[in-house]
Write a protein that binds this ligand. Structure first.
Ligand code: NAD
Length: 419
């Protein structure tokens, strides 16, 4: 199965997970249809002159914003820059945001955006123009109480700063239009590390529940970007042994444990983990199948599928990435007694910290870093406990329990508002 096929799996996977949860909720067909239907899908063309070998050529990029549901508050979701991004993927990720914001009970709906582009191929000034044109064309859909953008794969605080600037040209200085922005422009202390930190918090608790001592636990992480690198750092601080890490080029393995600080410094200097001293090469496919206590996919979706699910050795899998496990793989893992902590719960620290940033922007009152992390950990552990208790009470897996809780909240908001 090539990556494009796998990406198409996202929508099927999402539908399968939802149907599992729908079966237990008393919803009629009309309610289900409404819950599944995106409120609005916008697709735009963005022409851009780019320099190739000193020659200027015109290219046209495709941009998306899918606003799935806003029953509980403004649309909220990341912006992804990736060459394989497409509407099906963005649609599935937008819907996932609706369940995630509902699960952690923050006053948002769900959305996702993207541009089909490899940001590494563009010069910085070209990326700036592309981003500002996207923000200009999507501008009428955005708003502090309408739709708030955040970083995702291939985007970062600088990209958020460009969106802020373009939006502010028309509306006056509006830091709350994006989250995950630089501190200098109203960003929040801790937002950059928040998703990884939150995954580490959930991992620590899930490990305890599985009788795994985090101190000395052998952990494998796929993806060493914003989420993966901060996650590895935090888990190492908590005493775990990170035996393998990877990025798009491949992985590095050390049975003795990888020095995460050295790995981050190596990536800063060379751009990739490749040739990290004291490690041996391992492919991304091999990495997922390594014997370890906890496996954490933190890169892209559908990396654990029906082809490799039988060979996953980790007893505990924590989804730091969005939708890294296909629905077929999820079934296989469950039958094999593996526990999957689902994305909707595991990586919710990102949107939670985004919410805290937005609140600080609305209040025009920045919080201390300790306040952000205290609130983040407290809320995530509370939600984790709620999902775990619901799963035990209903005799279902963590994902189904999380979806049941989230869908119920969205369905109730829809009926109260009379959509
Ligand atoms: P990023 O762009 O910062 O990093 C992505 C990492 O994955 C990089 O190390 C990249 O080299 C690696 N990668 C890319 N293609 C790969 C491949 N084929 N095999 C292995 N590794 C590959 O992105 P990020 O922000 O760290 O996001 C990672 C995941 O976490 C995504 O699924 C994203 O949707 C999810 N997520 C991110 C946030 C956030 O706050 N950034 C919040 C919630 C969920």
């Amino acid at each position: 199965m090539n990556r494009q096929d796998k990406k198409c799996d996202c929508e099927d996977t999402q539908r399968h997970f939802l149907n599992r949860a729908f079966g237990r909720l008393e919803l009629d067909d009309a309610q289900r249809d409404l819950l599944l239907s995106p409120f609005r899908e916008t697709l735009i063309s963005i022409p851009l002159k780019v320099r190739r070998n000193g020659i200027e050529v015109l290219r046209t990029f495709t941009g998306f914003r899918v606003q799935h549901n806003h029953a509980r508050g403004p649309f909220k979701g990341g912006l992804r820059y990736h060459p394989a991004s497409n509407l099906r993927e963005i649609r599935a990720l937008a819907q996932l945001m609706t369940w995630k914001t509902a699960l952690v009970n923050i006053p948002y709906g769900g959305a996702k955006g993207g541009i089909t582009v490899d940001p590494g191929e563009l010069h910085r000034d070209e990326l700036e123009v592309l981003t500002k044109r996207f923000a200009q064309k999507m501008g009428p859909l955005l708003g502090v109480h309408q739709d708030i953008v955040a970083p995702d794969v291939g985007t970062n605080p600088q990209v958020m700063a460009w969106i802020l600037e373009e939006y502010s040209k028309a509306h006056g200085y509006t830091p709350g239009i994006v989250t995950g922005k630089p501190l200098e422009l109203g960003g929040s202390e801790g937002r950059l590390e928040a998703t990884g930190h939150g995954v580490a918090t959930i991992t620590r608790q899930a490990a305890v529940d599985h009788g795994i001592r985090l101190e000395g636990a052998r952990i494998v992480i796929q993806g060493f970007g914003n989420v993966g690198s901060h996650l590895a750092q935090r888990l190492a601080e908590l005493g775990a042994t990170i035996i393998a890490l990877s990025d798009a080029r491949g992985g590095v393995l050390s049975e003795q444990g990888i020095d995460v600080g050295a790995a981050r410094a190596h990536v800063r200097e060379h751009g990739w983990l490749e040739d990290l001293p004291g490690t041996e090469f391992v492919s991304n496919a091999e990495l997922l199948e390594l014997p370890c206590d906890i496996l954490i996919p933190a890169a892209l979706e559908s990396v654990i599928d029906c082809d490799n699910a039988e060979r996953i050795k980790a007893p505990l899998i924590v989804e730091a990435a969005n939708m890294p496990v296909t629905h077929q793989a999820d079934d296989i893992l469950r039958e094999r007694g593996r526990t999957v902590v689902p994305d909707v719960l595991a990586n919710a620290g990102g949107v939670l910290a985004s919410y805290y940033e937005w609140v600080q922007n609305l209040q025009e009152f920045p919080w201390e870093r300790d306040t952000v992390f205290y609130r983040l950990e407290e809320r995530l552990l509370r939600v984790y406990g709620e999902v775990r208790r619901h799963a035990e009470a209903r005799g279902v897996d963590l994902r189904t329990a999380a979806y049941e809780l989230a869908i119920r909240r969205v369905a109730d908001a829809i009926s109260l508002r009379g959509f």
